[in-house]
Design a protein around this ligand. Sequence first.
Ligand code: KG4
Ligand code: ZN
Length: 340
Amino acid sequence: MPHRTLILGLESSCDDTAAAVVLNGRHILSNIISSQNDLHHRFGGIVPEIASRRHLEMINPVIDEALAKGGVTFGELEGIAVSHGPGLVGSLLVGVATAKALSFALDLPLIAVNHIEGHIYANFLTGAAIIFPILCLVVSGGHTSLIYMRDHGELSVIGRTRDDAAGEVFDKVARALSLGFPGGPAIEKLAQCGDPSAFSFPRALMSEEGKLDFSFSGLKTAVLNFMRREKEKGSVKMEDLAAAFQEAVVDVLVEKTTLALRQYPARQLLLAGGVAANSELRRRMRRRMVEEGVEFISPPPQLCTDNGAMIGAAGYYALRRGRLASPTLNAVSTLALESV
Ligand code: KG4
Ligand code: ZN
C-alpha cells in the first residue's frame, strides 16, 4: 500500500447521500452529507421511493464536492469504498452503481463495506488508538447490536434486537408526539427539561440471565398506550414523558453492554450509530465504563449518524487485507455482519 492511501467512501443506505475522502483510514480530508430530512419530515418517516430518487440527483454533486473540499483529484484515489447493505435496496443501489462505474472507469479497486461495520469504523477517525479485542455497541435507526471484534474483519454479533431498533423507537415515539423526523434529537431536547423518574416504563429482557439480546417493541407500545390514556386527561407533561422514555432505553443499553463485557472481556468499548449521538446515552455509558475500568470511545455526534467517512475508513482496512469486491457487486438490503 502506498504511504498515502486516499479512499473515496460512499454512503446511500438510507436517507443521507454522503461522500468523503479519507487518508490512511484515519484522517478525514472531506466529509459531505446531503440530508433528506426536509423531504421526509412531513411523512414522519422515510419514504423509500422518494429517498432513492433524491440519492440519484445528489450522488454526483456530493462526490464532486467531496473531492473539491479534500483538494483531491480522481487520479489520486487508491480505491472506491461503498456501503452495499444492510439498508433500503433502492437507496443502496444508487451508491453501489456509482461506485462500480467509478471503479471501472478509473481502474480502481472496488471495496464493499457492511454499513454496520462502517459505523464501528467511525471510531477510527477519532484519533484514539484502538486495541483489539474490542466490544462495540451499534445503535441506529435500523440496528441495535453488540459486536465483539477480535481484529479487523474478525467479528461476532453477540447480541441484537429481536424487534425494533433503538433509533426506530425514538422515531416512532417522536412521531406520536408530533415532533417530526428524525425523532432522536427532538426527544433528547425535550427530555433535557423533563423528570426521568416521573413515570416508569418497562425494560425488556433485563432479567434473563446472560441474555445479550434487546427488545424495544414492548417499551414502544407501553409509551404509546400511556400517551393515549393520558392525552384524554390532558395532564401529562411531554418533557417528563420524553425523559422517562429515554431513560428506559439508556438503562437497557448500559446494562446489556456491562453484561456483555462479563462474557466478552475487552479494554475498550466503542459506541456507534445514530443513537450514539444522544448525550444522555454517552454520559451514562461513559460513567459505567469508568466504573468497569474500560475505556469509552465514541465518535463526535456528526460521525455517529450516517456519513461517507466511516465507509472510507472501513474501506481502507478492507483494502489492506486485500478484500476487494467483484464488478458484479450488488446491494443486499438484509446483509448480515460476518467475519471476512
Ligand atoms: O445511523 P443512522 O444515521 O442511520 C441508520 O443507520 O439507521 O441513525 C439514525 C437514527 C434515527 O433513528 C435517529 O432518530 C437516531 O439515529 N438519532 C438519535 C439521536 N440522533 C439521531 N437518537 C437519539 N438521540 C439522538 N441525539
Ligand atoms: Zn447507519
